[in-house]
Every structure is written in structure tokens, then in C-alpha cells.
Design a protein around this ligand. Structure first.
Ligand SMILES: [Zn+2]
Length: 238
């Protein structure tokens, strides 16, 4: 199976929170999409790896992705090591996505910024002809970075107004994270995730407002955007 769009992130639920609406929209546009969770999220304070795997499967169905997998990098120890880069390059050669979405390269959680580096370098390695690795050499054409949690000005924003409710359902499929049992709610560790549903709504509204729609997801790319038609550009200036 090959994909048009592959979203790569450190933990199950990262993709749902940062670019789930864009995956849904791409699917509606006829593209084949997929998610690679680098880790299985086994260090999460709540839930077990088995529960999280089930939840990730349910969320994948809601997001209508054709493929979801993991390369079993240890959670809380995501590093751009040679071994992990090769595992990732193997997946890239197999799925051959034209476009890859990665986390932004600066973040509070080390797994997130390491996931960004690991993702980029794995994509690069996948294209090396002399690499001793099974599969045809292949490099994605485009790499995009999710910036919704990071706050810097994005290169562009995707209107996800039509996809917002479905994306929210995919996020809430992680019941162990967002709807924990009462006995788990009073833990000493403060979990910002309790506020995440609310925060996601605010963030998506904020980015939507910047382009004059209800909900949006922001992305950054390192290259300038090419424009063919300056008369028909979207987003009102005055
Ligand atoms: Zn994460």
C-alpha cells in the first residue's frame, strides 16, 4: 500500500490533536492518508499500552486513515538514533507518501522535538540509494510541520470547520486520557490534558479566525509558498 499523506508524531493522540482535521479533509479530497506513531505511548500516566492501542485504532477509524502503525521507539526516550532512523526509513520506503507532516522542531516535551528531527532525518535516509536497507529508495516531496501548540506564525492554515466535530470525536476516542475514571482523577501529578479539549477548541478557533473561518489548523514549511494566481488568493486583507 502507498499513501499520499503520512502524519508522523511521538505519541498516539499527538496527530489527532495537531492535524486530525487536515487528515480528514485530505481523505475527503480523495487522498490516502496514514499515521505513524513513533512510540506506543507506554509512559502515559493514564491507561495501559493495550488500552492506548485500542484507542488509537478507534481514532484511526474515525479519522478514516488507510494505515496506522508504530516503530516502537521507547516512549519518553525518542532520539534521532541511527536505529530509529532506519526503522522510519523502512516505513517511508514502503508507504511512499508524497507529503509528510511532522511535529514542529521546538517544543516543551523532548519527545516532540526529537520526533521532528527523527522524522526529517528518517525521510532523508530513505532516499539514499547506497543505504543497506530493503525497499526502493524514496524521499517524500514535501515536509510540513504542525505548529498549533507552539504559537509561531504559520506559513498557512487549513480550514477544518467541516472536519472539526469528527476530529473532536477522534480526540475523545482516547477515553483513558480525556475521560478518566473518577478514581484516576485525583492524582498528585497535574495533567494539563484535562484541559486539552477546551484548549483545542480555543486554538482551532484562534487559527480559524486568522483566515476568516470558524476552525483552522496551522502549518509551517521551510520553503516559500509558490503562487500562480495573485488575483484569486484567499483570506481578506482589509
Ligand atoms: Zn505527545
Amino acid at each position: 500500500m502507498t499513501l499520499d499523506l503520512l502524519a508522523i508524531a511521538a505519541h498516539p493522540d499527538d496527530v489527532e490533536l495537531t492535524c486530525g482535521g487536515t487528515l480528514l479533509k485530505s481523505h475527503a479530497q480523495g487522498y490516502k492518508t496514514g499515521i505513524l506513531d513513533l512510540t506506543a505511548g507506554e509512559m502515559g500516566t493514564r491507561g495501559t499500552p493495550e488500552i492506548r492501542a485500542k484507542e488509537a485504532g478507534a481514532a484511526a477509524k474515525i479519522l478514516k486513515v488507510s494505515w496506522r502503525g508504530t516503530i516502537n521507539v521507547p516512549d519518553s526516550d525518542v532520539q534521532p538514533s541511527r536505529q530509529h532512523k532506519l526503522s522510519l526509513a523502512r516505513v517511508i520506503r514502503e508507504l511512499r507518501p508524497r507529503t509528510v507532516i511532522l511535529p514542529y522542531w521546538e517544543a516543551r516535551h523532548p519527545d516532540h522535538y526529537h520526533a521532528s528531527t527523527l522524522g526529517y532525518e528518517g525521510c532523508f535516509l530513505a532516499g539514499l540509494k547506497q543505504l543497506a536497507l530493503e525497499g526502493e529508495p524514496y524521499r517524500p516531496f514535501k515536509i510540513l510541520y504542525c505548529t498549533s501548540f507552539e504559537g509561531m506564525p504559520p506559513t498557512f492554515i487549513v480550514d477544518i470547520t467541516k472536519q472539526y466535530d469528527t476530529r473532536r470525536r477522534a480526540i475523545l476516542a482516547y477515553r483513558s486520557q480525556f475521560r478518566p475514571a473518577k478514581s484516576e482523577r485525583r492524582q498528585r501529578v497535574f495533567l494539563a490534558i484535562d484541559e486539552l479539549d477546551n484548549r483545542m477548541d480555543l486554538l482551532a478557533r484562534h487559527y480559524g479566525a486568522l483566515i476568516g473561518v470558524k476552525y483552522g489548523e496551522p502549518f509551517l514549511q521551510k520553503e516559500p509558498m509558490q503562487v500562480e494566481d495573485v488575483v484569486n488568493l484567499p483570506v481578506r486583507s482589509i
